[in-house]
Design a binder for this molecule. Structure first.
Ligand SMILES: [Zn+2]
Ligand SMILES: [Zn+2]
Length: 103
């Protein structure tokens, strides 16, 4: 299966080092943000990577997948729910399809 990135996915490896740094910091903040701050952080991340606003995640797959996607995608797979945190760990639809992981 060839996988051209549709508009619902971005590639972490194509971000500039500065953008990768911003992405990591914003994700860290989003992980512990309260409900009042979380949406603004998600919007900032979405703009940074060029995706529509949503629950943006980077694939947490052990294959070091660079895909950034919306965790609400029906094909996304939850490896682990964030306990006490917002983000948890998710696999992108492609990884969930090819090598599904469970925590
Ligand atoms: Zn993936
Ligand atoms: Zn994978």
């Amino acid at each position: 299966m060839t996988h051209a990135f549709p508009h619902t996915e971005a590639d972490y490896n194509t971000l500039t080092p500065a953008a990768q740094n911003d992405f990591n910091q914003l994700m860290e903040q989003a992980d512990t943000a309260g409900p009042a701050d979380y949406p603004a952080l998600m919007t900032a991340i979405a703009i940074l990577v060029g995706l529509p606003t949503g629950d943006i995640r980077r694939c947490a797959c052990s294959c070091y997948c660079p895909v950034i996607f919306d965790a609400n995608d029906e094909d996304a797979h939850v490896i682990k729910h964030g306990e006490g945190y917002n983000l948890g760990e998710h696999q992108c639809p492609t990884c969930a399809d090819h090598h599904r992981e469970t925590a």
